[in-house]
Write a protein that binds this ligand. Sequence first.
Ligand code: NAP
Length: 263
Amino acid sequence: MVQLTGKNIVITGASGGIGAEIAKLCAARGANLVLLARSMDKLEQLQNSLQERYQVKVDVFQLDVSDTNQVQKVFKQIDETINEVDILVNNAGFGVFREAHEATIEEIKGMFNVNVVGLMVCTSMVLPKMRERRFGHIINIASQAGKIATPKSSVYSATKHAVLGFTNSLRMELADFNVYVTSVNPGPIATNFFTIADEKGTYVKNVQRFMLKPEYVAQKVVNAMITPTREINLPRWMNMGSIIYILMPRLFERLGKRAFNKK
Ligand SMILES: NC(=O)c1ccc[n+]([C@@H]2O[C@H](COP(=O)([O-])OP(=O)(O)OC[C@H]3O[C@@H](n4cnc5c(N)ncnc54)[C@H](OP(=O)(O)O)[C@@H]3O)[C@@H](O)[C@H]2O)c1
């Protein structure tokens, strides 16, 4: 494992779920943190507990990543506060499970503005310095939904496919600059994500026994920091599914129909 002591790590969507778990593990390994999200109360609570427990520097800023003016302002403040960002974890995101004909324009724009545009704009804020310093790591939290699109997640899947496309291109652009780019593609994780995504609770009920623990996903992410890890795919059996899907999409969709309709 690479040493994280003294490294400056910025995490979007750090007020809960895997973002908060990643923050805890980074603090335990001595990193300085900048935590971003809309819920300032939760960020401040996490800030206090991490500073007290690990004696690391933790800065928090309120940020809605879909507001590009705010992103520019906050990253300017971050620049003034910590000067150099070593690792950016683009984690903020949400989904709404609905069939395409039922998805509202507001939801479609909302998911793209947070999951895709927000992630790209946050990334663009740190790229010039990382390229100049020839050091850094950008970690994008995508999803298995970015590999296999299933019914009732057309819009969410499309956002995560976009994240994967962006991430793969970025990795090649930065290959000669010593800046690492990793995508994280987990299956279902037991977080508050499903409060919005699965309002009827049917998906959670059906997949509860397969759900990953946020602490486990966070551990995998933190272990990969400052290493040239291309992708983190969890759980392994689901990743096998996405490989078979690429090879035999028609057969995979036919055989998986019942399972895919569990949302
Ligand atoms: N849970 C899963 O099954 C699963 C599976 C694969 C991938 N993922 C991805 O993992 C990431 C984290 O999700 P999670 O499971 O940890 O969900 P979560 O518990 O709902 O956490 C989402 C985080 O994103 C933040 N966020 C949401 N909208 C935001 C916005 N407009 N601006 C800034 N921050 C925003 C939330 O904070 P505020 O509300 O305070 O802003 C919260 O901290 C997401 O990108 C999600 O798509 C989740």
